[in-house]
Ligand binder design. Structure first.
Ligand code: G5P
Ligand code: MG
Length: 226
């Protein structure tokens, strides 16, 4: 494997970023950082920053770029010497530029999932708030209904998965993601995957990463045709 491998995964709400990130982290040993998880940690802890971002997350709005950059970039500094995967960050061009000023990504995965599939998935999604573990009543149900498999504690549904917030999140995603996708395309590191089933997309991502992590050192210049 390359000494350090740096990747990001993009996609609309419910596209499977979290599910695929966990598989990547497990299969390839990357450190996995989810912006949504860190935000929810702050909200649950009721810190000053948590209260501020809570109002955005509840309404399905993007948290301001400066707040996101301050939340995510220092965590990457702590991971120097590790390979990592970002889930949900960067989400805007300003975030992508701030990240790019510090780190050159090796690969960006973009998930294209039809709207109807996203809507069905998110209305069925339940979370264990303390750990961030995600369940789906159809795809990935807990062993006991409404309870976390590990702790037995109650599962909850996010405010931002409720219908009004969800529509707002999907509308925002497309507009805001386009310049970010264009940036990574222009760098030759964007790989897009389309489909309705994570299990069918996963083998392609697995193969791509196996190839990239085996043969491409992160610090060499790359010419790729995604
Ligand atoms: P998050 O937490 O980053 P979103 O909105 O981007 O949230 P989300 O909801 O976490 O995305 P996901 O990670 O893309 O979705 O998808 P997932 O959780 O793996 O899968 C969704 C559901 O579908 C799960 O229940 C899963 O089990 C199920 N599933 C997966 N695959 C399949 C399948 O093949 N079939 C079926 N049937 N089910 C499947 O961000 C939350 C908020 O934080 C703020 C924003 O307010 C955002 O709305 N935020 C930021 N703001 C500004 N900048 C940033 N960088 C920000 N990052 C977060
Ligand atoms: Mg997620």
């Amino acid at each position: 494997m390359a000494k350090f491998f740096r990747a990001a995964i993009m996609g609309p709400p419910g596209s499977g970023k979290g599910t695929i990130s966990k598989r990547i982290a497990q299969s390839f040993g990357l450190q996995y950082l989810s912006s949504g998880h860190f935000l929810r940690e702050g909200i649950a802890a009721k810190t000053e920053a948590g209260l501020l971002v809570g109002s955005y997350v509840e309404r399905g709005m993007l948290v301001p770029d400066l707040v996101m950059n301050r939340l995510m970039l220092p965590r990457l500094e702590q991971l120097s010497g590790h390979s990592w995967l970002l889930d949900g960050f960067p989400r805007t061009l300003a975030q992508a530029v701030a990240l790019n000023n510090l780190y050159q990504l090796d690969l960006v995965i973009s998930l294209n999932i039809p709207y109807e599939t996203l809507r069905e998935r998110l209305s069925d999604r339940w979370i264990h708030p303390a750990s961030g573990r995600v369940y789906n009543m159809g795809f990935n149900p807990p062993r006991e209904q409404g309870k976390d498999d590990i702790t037995g504690e109650s599962l909850i549904q996010h405010d931002d998965d409720k219908p009004e917030a969800l529509m707002a999140r999907l509308r925002h995603y497309k507009d805001v993601a386009k310049p970010v996708i264009d940036l990574y395309k222009s760098q030759g590191i964007l790989y897009s995957f389309s489909g309705t089933d994570t299990d069918r997309i996963w083998p392609y991502i697995n193969t791509l990463l196996s190839t990239k992590m085996l043969i491409e050192p992160s610090d060499t210049c790359q010419t790729q045709t995604p």
